[in-house]
Design a protein. Structure first.
Length: 226
């Protein structure tokens, strides 16, 4: 039963991509092997500069950053990605031997999402990774729902406002056609206006059909032959 649960969990998180930046070769390998055994896709970097390049290329779901690394430290990596729109929402977990309170405050001052000190428990690391990825996905869904809801409300309001004028325009054009009968030039102008009106009506129908799959437009009698 436990093996089955582990398999199900690994399947659930198989899509999640991690980037581990750690200058200690042995720990970097251990982290990669252990995290991959739990279903994550793992990319590694031996210093902050390489990590930053890979972050910009791959946009991982979560970052595990050591603080003390050559070339560019973890604090600088975090500061840079949190100031870029394309990467600012990626969760950052510091995994470091710098465990003093001032070190933690400095790390969180760069908008890091978590701070774990070495030595650490792998189960806790896994739990925190999953927590922060879940929070990121929830925020993303909330934003998408808000945008979708807002768009639908706007479209619904516009279609409601345009529906009546489009119908009135048809009646007005029908009356205008009766007034210009016998004048070929004016009749053609009215027909052009009617073609435009029908195109607008079709757009109106298409939009409402997208909002409501069960939408059925009222049948329309042809008042003007085009």
């Amino acid at each position: 039963m436990n093996n089955l649960n582990d398999q199900e969990m690994n399947t659930d998180i198989a899509k999640d991509r991690l980037l581990v930046a750690e200058d200690d070769k042995d720990l970097r390998r251990i982290l990669k092997v252990h995290l991959e055994s739990r279903g994550f896709m793992v990319t590694t970097a031996r210093n902050g500069k390489i990590a930053l390049e890979k972050i910009n290329e791959e946009k991982p779901d979560c970052l595990i950053l050591d603080v003390m690394m050559p070339v560019m430290d973890g604090f600088e990596v975090c500061k840079r990605i949190k100031t870029m729109n394309s990467t600012k929402d990626i969760p950052v977990i510091f995994l470091t031997a710098k465990g003093k309170t001032e070190d933690k405050l400095e790390g969180m001052g760069f908008n890091a999402d978590d701070y774990i000190t070495k030595p650490f428990d792998f189960s806790e690391l896994i739990a925190r990774i999953k927590l922060h990825i879940s929070r990121k996905e929830s925020r993303k869904l909330d934003i998408e729902r808000a945008e979708t809801r807002s768009s639908k409300e706007i479209v619904a309001e516009l279609t409601e406002k345009t529906g009546v004028p489009i119908g009135k325009l048809k009646r007005d054009l029908g009356e205008l056609m009766e007034l210009v009968r016998g004048n070929p030039g004016m009749e053609e102008k009215v027909r052009e206006c009617e073609r435009d009106r029908r195109e607008l009506r079709q757009i109106f129908i298409d939009i409402n059909s997208e909002l409501n799959p069960f939408y059925e437009p009222d049948p329309e009698e042809e008042l003007i032959e085009i």
